[in-house]
Design a protein around this ligand. Structure first.
Ligand SMILES: Cc1cc2nc3c(=O)[nH]c(=O)nc-3n(C[C@H](O)[C@H](O)[C@H](O)COP(=O)(O)OP(=O)(O)OC[C@H]3O[C@@H](n4cnc5c(N)ncnc54)[C@H](O)[C@@H]3O)c2cc1C
Ligand code: FES
Ligand code: FES
Length: 1187
């Protein structure tokens, strides 16, 4: 029986195959990619194409075959070459994106067994990965290209490991063929691609397709009816019978709207699918142009346009070239395979790209109508003049005429796979043989509720030769949300929800058997809000139902009555005004600030604001709680980075001892610090539900809820006063850090502590003071995120260095060098002794390998010759502390069992979330015990096996776990040595005990166990007119000591760096003035995609590096690389400065992070930005606020 929602999203829910992943539900991540095959009667062939299963209604698949990742191969049978190669190339870290990546590549190979790099790039453009940084995925897949084809993407993605005894790989400069790094993985013995082994299209479907006999189909769910008409007459009849029923074609607008608007799914309604019959399905060349069927997919449209451009004279296809330019970056491949041109037009969403171009081209829409069409096609946001009984049949796109020129533009948050912020279509017609403009069509989308036409040109999109496009202008904003920020909950009424089908129970604070709070270093946080709600996104209650849809529907029906409370504020600025800070306030100081400021040549006072960041782990937070039915025992299968903490919180909530609660963690689909704290609250709530109902309860957050509830990296404001001399030497820096902590403290004070401990970075500033204040605001509470305050603390200091260089008129790199720690024995500002030798080596080698000085000159030349494009280059050094500043957390725990047959079982306290901790633990165990890795097995993380383990965080997981495995096994090996003199290895008696090693450094002075060093140099190009930027090249030299596993370490470096690209350039969280998070999914919040990775990304591991403080001389690497992406930010700043210099403007200008297209554009002040001056603060209500 299909439920209403199953009619829509069944592929993921009802086939019960778990390989296909659910990352967002809105077509925005690609984790759910599957291959659909369908018989194409027109061309007598089988089409294979990818779709996003989350948006694919099951009913529209009648007659199609669907292949999921399980269908192509598995470890149980045999891997498909695509699966094998992504694995061998280390292209799978947490693995959550992998099935989607595999299916995209598999489908490409089904259609084209010898793809080009461009084909691969296009196929993977709609698949996001949060872990790898994409390079290893591409490295694995490009092995399917002919060598002659393997150019273009990551042309220089070769990786040099300067290991002792090996020659340093001299990296390629520009434009050379890509190399598949045989240092990181070997291609010997890989399975060849053999298309004859692929699944065949089921013959019965072929027969069915050939007959095309199916009549009208009707699918009836409990709330929704889906009818597929047999022909056009039938469609129009149905439209008359059900005038309000939407026509569902690709479902990419309707499906996402359903997800966003939960209320829609309560109203019973009818949908009519428009897919199963062919009416104007394809493009037909008619005398004056191409007539495109309204249900033609964007992929087919693209192919048709490409063919026309290839085969026709260039003059006639100028319009098609413009259309192609837009189509290439419109959504990802999967969406383009589903979405139709008709749907794109009739969604009437000004952010959609095609309308502006089609309007500029004077296209005509053919509408099947019983009457005439209104004068305007677009009557408002999401509204058209089409009557309910009308359908769009086709769009006529004319050929271009001589003297006609067309252009299309779009600017988005991300270069590809992102809705445009603004788009434009322009056509100019000159009088023959002259430069006299006869007509000009300019249309803008994204700047109003409908398409906006510039000037007074005659016609636009004509409906059946009638009607013109609307040219209204108004502000297009996100819809206003109910604001619920600071309220007293006077009444919660779940009665309506409880009466709904499938609802089992409702829980709130009163149902918690133990304590309704989660403690963290004596700071309590309520699980369910009891009296006061302090942010939008706070949990008040929970509905338990038989299915996820029922629970979601019912949750909307719980009535909560609120009573307003004051004050309410969200921003750091407002918190400072209200003096609203959490305790403790932190301060670190060395030297004598006052004296230093008296003697310096110059004093500079400035500030930098850094926005927050969403973790966007591909797998949202979730768990299953299972009551065991005996003595109150409970088992939790939970996605937690800190199983022991989850166990503790659940115990306190239920009022039972920890020994009755067992948490199991097999692996996590990414975490990045986001699954330490909040998952514990979620677990406690779910456990309460399991205990109350006596049944297993599962809780998985939808992407939007996850983003809203669990929050992410803290926004920071760094205000500084710096004293420096004219030669660039910084004598004193007094920095105040403010972070936005949200409504509870969570880990904010430790994060602030880490920011302060990192504020000196690589620089010996004799007088340095840092103050840290965590602002208490009415926002969801911010929490740990890879780097834990380090990326913010370091960024403020680098901003100081950059601005001092600008003021002194010196190259920033020179000022950095002048101020670096240089002596063999240095003390940090928190009095930790260290040697900066390897840091300086990283820096020198990075500049050298990047060819920094030569390229700086080349960039200056480029900038001289280009008015609207500018380039910039920047390099930064890095010193990053590894481990927890709280010493007692720096301990590892492991249990090693050796069985009679000689096999070894290792269980440790760390959690595998893609960072490779299990692989490294295996390596260490194998090395100590001198047994092959194949004899060792790593078990899940389980609080029953390894108790009280520390979180896997702070780049310290491997150090801690590795050392525990080593310490334990050493003692075990010596025990065993005695035995093994009498018994062969395989007969040695099984022994088991846990080893705990306390590796904790003392706190005073030595805050960290050691430092990981690195340096990075990046070059970018900006478009001064649109604010767009391209990452051109990055060189990283990283000191990881003696790498335990270079492939894993490089994977962490690249993945962290790419995450940093997101932090400093494109990931922007938008809050309404009412404090409501508006960016709640991949459609609004853009993490880096394949297009954001610099095409030339060179990663080097520093040779001859040692680290006596950690396991086998290695170093922790998880967190440090995030900060290296600040080079992209500063390179952008350099490029903007070059543009400003040309206009006689100063090099010194404010630029907040992330450096989005909008900020870059406005910083490149010119005659155009002058036309749009920023309104005065207080004179308007902003649509979004900088929190
Ligand atoms: C992740 C994602 C990214 C995207 N990125 C972009 C982007 O970068 N640029 C961009 O322009 N768009 C983008 N889109 C939007 C996408 O292009 C449109 O959703 C798509 O073109 C709509 O077509 P559809 O067939 O899926 O329409 P549906 O969702 O099936 O229908 C949309 C609307 O049009 C109506 N309709 C459709 N066809 C007809 C017809 N023939 N007659 C009458 N009514 C009809 C439907 O009733 C419905 O109201 C993106 C969408 C997603 C999900
Ligand atoms: S889950 Fe389908 S695209 Fe994200
Ligand atoms: S491996 Fe791609 S999201 Fe984790």
């Amino acid at each position: 029986m299909l439920s209403q929602n199953h009619l829509h999203v069944s592929l993921l829910y009802i086939v019960l195959l778990t390989g296909t992943k659910y990352g967002c539900g809105g077509g925005g991540c690609g984790a759910c990619t599957v291959m659909v095959s369908r018989y194409d009667q027109l061309h007598n062939r089988v089409l294979h194409y990818t779709v996003n299963a989350c948006l694919q209604p099951i009913c529209t698949l009648h007659g199609s075959a669907v292949v999921t990742v399980e269908g192509i191969g598995s470890t149980k049978t045999k891997l498909h070459p695509v699966q094998e190669r992504i694995a061998k190339a280390h292209g799978s870290q947490c693995g959550f994106c992998t099935p989607g990546m595999v299916m995209s590549m598999y489908t490409l190979l089904r259609n084209k067994p010898h793809p080009t790099m461009e084909d691969i790039r296009e196929a993977l453009g709609g698949n996001l990965c949060r872990c790898t940084g994409y390079r290893p995925i591409i490295d694995g897949f490009k092995t399917f290209c002919d060598v002659s084809n393997a150019f273009n993407l990551f042309p220089q993605a070769s990786f040099a490991m300067m290991t002792p005894g090996k020659n340093d790989c001299v990296l390629n400069k520009y434009l050379i063929p890509c190399q598949i790094s045989d240092e990181l993985f070997h291609m010997d013995n890989v399975l060849p691609l053999d298309p004859s082994q692929d699944l065949i299209f089921p013959p019965e479907l072929m027969r069915m397709g050939k007959k095309r006999a199916c009549g009208s189909l009707c699918f009836q769910g409990d709330r929704l009816k889906l009818i597929s008409p047999v022909d056009l007459t039938n469609l129009l009849e149905l439209k008359t019978e059900y005038p309000e029923a939407p026509v569902v074609v690709g479902n990419t607008t309707i499906g996402t709207n359903l997800l966003l608007c939960h209320l829609c799914i309560y109203c019973p309604f009818v949908e009519i699918t428009f897919q199963l019959f062919v009416i104007y399905l394809l493009c037909v060349h008619v005398h004056a142009g191409v007539s495109v069927g309204a249900v033609c997919t964007l992929s087919s449209l693209k192919e048709e346009m490409e063919m026309a451009v290839r085969e026709m004279e260039a003059e006639r296809t100028r319009g098609y070239q413009a259309l192609l330019q837009t189509l290439r970056c419109l959504a990802g491949k999967q969406i383009r395979n589903m979405a139709t041109i008709g749907g794109n037009i009739l969604s009437a969403n000004p952010k959609y790209d095609l309308n502006s171009v089609l309007a500029a081209l004077d296209c005509t829409l053919q509408v099947m109508s019983k009457g005439t069409v209104g004068q305007k096609l677009f009557t408002g946001f999401g509204k058209t003049a089409l009557r309910p009984d009308e359908v769009l049949l086709s769009i006529d796109i004319p050929y271009s005429k001589p003297w006609e020129f067309v252009s299309a533009f779009r600017q988005a948050q991300r270069r590809e796979f992102a809705f445009s912020i603004v788009n434009a279509g322009m056509k100019v017609v000159f009088k023959e043989g002259s430069n006299i403009v006869e007509s000009l069509n300019i249309y803008y989308g994204g700047v109003g509720p409908t398409l906006v036409k510039v000037g007074l040109t005659p016609q636009a999109l004509r409906c059946s030769a009638l009607g013109r496009c609307a040219t209204q202008e108004a502000a297009c904003r996100f819809s206003d949300h109910v604001s619920l920020f600071h309220f007293k909950t006077s009444d919660i009424d779940p009665s309506e929800a409880l009466g709904m089908t499938g609802v089992v129970t409702f829980l709130s604070a009163g149902d918690v058997p133990g304590q309704n709070r989660r403690m963290w270093f004596n700071n309590p946080e309520e699980l369910f809000a009891e009296e006061e709600v302090t942010c939008v996104g706070q949990i008040i209650g929970a509905v338990v139902a038989e299915s996820r849809e029922q629970a979601r529907r019912a949750a909307q029906r719980v009535k909560v009555t609120y009573q307003d409370l004051l004050p309410v504020f969200f921003t750091i600025e407002e918190a400072i005004q209200h003096q609203s800070f959490f305790d403790p306030k932190r301060k670190l100081e060395r030297g004598d600030m006052d004296k230093a400021f008296e003697t310096v040549d110059q004093i500079l006072e400035d500030e930098i604001y850094l926005g927050g960041q969403e973790h966007f782990y591909m797998e949202t937070q979730g768990l299953i709680a299972v009551p065991k039915g005996e003595n109150g025992e409970l088992e939790l299968f939970v996605a937690s980075q800190h199983a022991a903490y989850t166990q503790e919180v659940v115990g306190i909530t239920l009022g039972i001892d920890s020994n009755k609660i067992t948490c199991h963690v097999r692996r996590l689909g990414g975490a990045f610090g986001g699954k330490v704290m909040k998952i514990a609250s979620l677990s406690a709530i779910t456990a309460t539900a399991a205990v109350k109902t006596g049944r297993a309860v599962r809780c998985v957050l939808e992407r939007g809820d996850d983003m809203l509830i669990t929050s992410g990296r803290h926004p920071f404001l760094g205000q500084y006063k710096v004293g420096y001399n004219n030669d660039g030497t910084i004598m004193a820096a007094d920095i105040t850090y403010y972070s936005n902590g949200g409504c509870t403290l969570d880990e904010s004070s430790f994060i602030m502590e880490k920011a302060l401990l990192h504020m000196d970075n690589a620089y010996r500033i004799p007088n340095l003071r840092g103050r840290g204040l965590v602002c208490k605001t009415y926002l969801p509470s911010y929490t740990a995120f890879r780097g834990f305050g380090g990326p913010q603390g370091l960024m403020v200091m680098e901003s100081v260095l950059h601005e001092v260089a600008v003021k002194c008129g010196l190259p920033p790199q020179k000022v950095r060098e002048i101020n670096m720690y240089r002596e063999e024995e240095c003390y940090t500002h928190h009095k930790q002794l260290f040697s900066p030798r390897d840091m300086l080596r990283c820096w020198d080698e990075c500049l050298d390998k990047a060819g920094y000085h030569d390229r700086l000159q080349a960039i200056q030349q480029f900038n001289t010759y280009n008015r609207w494009k500018k380039r910039g280059i920047s390099a930064v050094p890095m010193k990053f502390g590894v481990g927890f500043s709280k010493g007692f957390y720096n301990q590892g725990a492991a249990l090693v069992n050796i069985y009679k047959d000689g096999s070894v079982l290792v269980a440790h306290g760390g959690t595998e979330m893609g960072q490779g901790i299990n692989t490294k633990a295996l390596q260490i165990a194998g090395r100590i015990l001198k047994v092959p890795m194949s004899s060792i097995h790593i078990k899940e993380t389980c609080t029953g096996n390894v108790p009280n383990a520390a979180p896997s965080a702070a780049s310290f997981g491997t150090d801690a776990v590795g050392m525990a495995v080593k310490v334990f096994q050493r003692s075990l090996v010596s025990d065993l040595f005695v035995l093994s003199r009498q018994l062969p290895w395989t007969m040695t008696i099984g022994v088991g005990k846990t080893a705990q090693t306390d590796l904790g450094p003392g706190y005073e002075g030595t805050a960290y166990y050691y430092f990981t060093f690195g340096a990075c140099c990046s070059e970018v190009e900006i478009d001064c007119l649109t604010g767009d930027h391209k990452n051109l090249r990055t060189d990283i030299v990283m000191d990881v000591g003696e790498s335990l596993n270079p492939a894993l370490d490089i994977g962490q470096i690249e993945g962290g760096f790419v995450q940093g690209i997101g932090l400093y350039t494109i990931e922007e969280l938008q809050f309404s003035p009412e404090g409501v998070l508006m960016t709640r999914g991949p459609s609004q919040y853009k993490i880096p995609a394949l297009c954001d990775v610099p095409p030339q990304l060179n990663v080097h591991l520093l040779a001859n590096a040692q680290n006596p403080h950690a396991i086998y001389n290695s170093k922790g690497i998880g967190e440090p690389p995030v900060f290296l992406a600040s080079t992209i930010f500063f390179a952008i700043k350099e490029a903007v400065a070059a543009a400003r210099r040309e206009r006689g403007l100063g090099d010194s200008f404010p630029l907040s992070s992330p450096a989005t297209a909008e900020r870059i554009r406005m910083a490149c002040e010119d005659q155009f930005t002058e036309m749009a001056p920023s309104p005065k603060k207080g004179t308007f209500k902003p649509w979004s606020i900088n929190i």
